[in-house]
Every structure is written in C-alpha cells, then in structure tokens.
Design a protein around this ligand. Structure first.
Ligand SMILES: Cc1cc2nc3c(=O)[nH]c(=O)nc-3n(C[C@H](O)[C@H](O)[C@H](O)COP(=O)(O)O)c2cc1C
Length: 187
C-alpha cells in the first residue's frame, strides 16, 4: 500500500501535549505511516518545507482558551512562508489534524475549541483538508492537587492524560493513517 509521509509539530510546556503528539505518532506508525515529530521551538522546524508532507499534525495546549504564543507564532510564520491563496483552495492529497490538550476547569471542552479551531484554520489556510480535531484532557502542572485539577468541571483530572486517553489518540491515528493510505492508493 502507499506510503504516508507525516509530520507532527507540537508545542508543550509541561509534557501533556508532547505525550499526545507521541501517541499520535505511534498510532500513525502502526497504521503504516512514516512519521517525523518535532517541537515548533526546535530550530529545524522553521526550516522545514511543510508542503511536502501529505499529513501535517499540529498539537498544543489551550492557554486562556487559545493557542499559546509559540504555536500562534509558528503558524503565522508558516502561512507567511508558504503563502495563502485567495479562497485557500484545498490541495490534492494534503491533510491535517489538530490536537489540543486542556484542563477545562471552568467551562470544559469549550475552553479548548478556540485553540483547536485556530490550528484547524491554520491547516486549512495551508490548503489542507482537516481530518481530525482531537481534544485530550491534561492536568495543570505545578501543584497537582490544586482545585482546578480536582473539583473543576471535569472532576479529578490529576492523572490525565492517562493510558486510556493516549490509547484513544493512538487508535484515532491508526484509523486515520489506514484511511489516508487507501486514499493515496486510489489515486
Ligand atoms: C498559562 C496557562 C493557561 C491555561 N489556560 C487554560 C484554559 O484557558 N483552558 C483550559 O482548559 N486549560 C488551560 N490550561 C491547562 C493546560 O491547557 C493543560 O494543562 C495542558 O494539558 C498543558 O499542556 P502541556 O503539558 O503540554 O504544556 C492552562 C495552562 C496554563 C499553564
């Protein structure tokens, strides 16, 4: 079956998003894809030609309901470098996935969707069809027992993402890689 070259770019201050990005990479690999995984703060990320990868994943935590500054900067820079066409036409065989981790103590998932929408919009502006917006609960770092990790809207999230959360991401990624390889094959 066809090869699926994939790149996952993430930003993670405390490790939750990195673990999700790694789980996605494992799932994609299990689904037969080749995967490169890189932090957007790695100087090499800025040098990459993103357009050559059929599948591009972007992953970040939600910060104040939005994307953290380093991810926002990276996406803005990627749009400048690649250029955005009027109407942002979808390029053939170019797909994207947006991944966000969040704690949701006040309003739950709604605290994460603006960050996911930002990533998805970045991917769409790059001419990619967005094939997934995956949200994973991730505890606040520092004082693990702080109220936001115990009695927020999502309850006790102190050990999230847990193995189940990461398993969901692996499984989503495996399924997606399988589907996209079929789509590549069908061309
Ligand atoms: C400065 C800051 C702001 C945050 N803002 C939000 C927020 O608005 N909504 C939310 O659900 N989680 C928020 N969080 C929680 C993080 O999104 C969550 O813990 C995430 O999994 C951390 O990812 P990381 O370990 O990859 O850095 C915030 C965390 C920090 C440090």
């Amino acid at each position: 079956m066809a090869a699926l070259d994939s790149l996952i770019l993430y930003w993670s201050a405390g490790g939750n998003t990195r673990r999700v990005a790694e789980a996605a990479a494992e799932g994609l690999t299990a689904g037969g894809a080749q995967v490169a995984l890189l932090s957007v703060t790695d100087g090499a990320a800025e040098q990459l030609d993103l357009s050559i990868y059929p599948l591009l994943g972007l992953a970040c935590p939600s910060y104040h309901f939005g994307p953290p500054a380093p991810m926002r900067r990276f996406v803005e820079q990627a749009l400048r470098r690649q250029g955005v066409q009027p109407t942002a036409p979808t390029q053939p065989l170019r797909w994207g996935i947006a991944m966000v981790t969040y704690a949701g103590p006040h309003t739950g998932l709604r605290e994460a969707t603006p960050a996911g929408d930002f990533l998805a919009q970045g991917l769409q502006h790059l001419g990619r069809q967005v094939r997934g917006e995956w949200y994973t609960v991730g505890a606040f770092h520092g004082d693990l027992d702080q109220p936001n990790n115990r009695i927020g809207l999502l309850g006790d999230i102190r050990h999230r993402p847990n193995e189940h959360d990461l398993g969901v991401i692996r499984s989503n990624a495996l399924g997606l890689a399988t589907a996209l390889r079929w789509e590549l094959e069908a061309r």
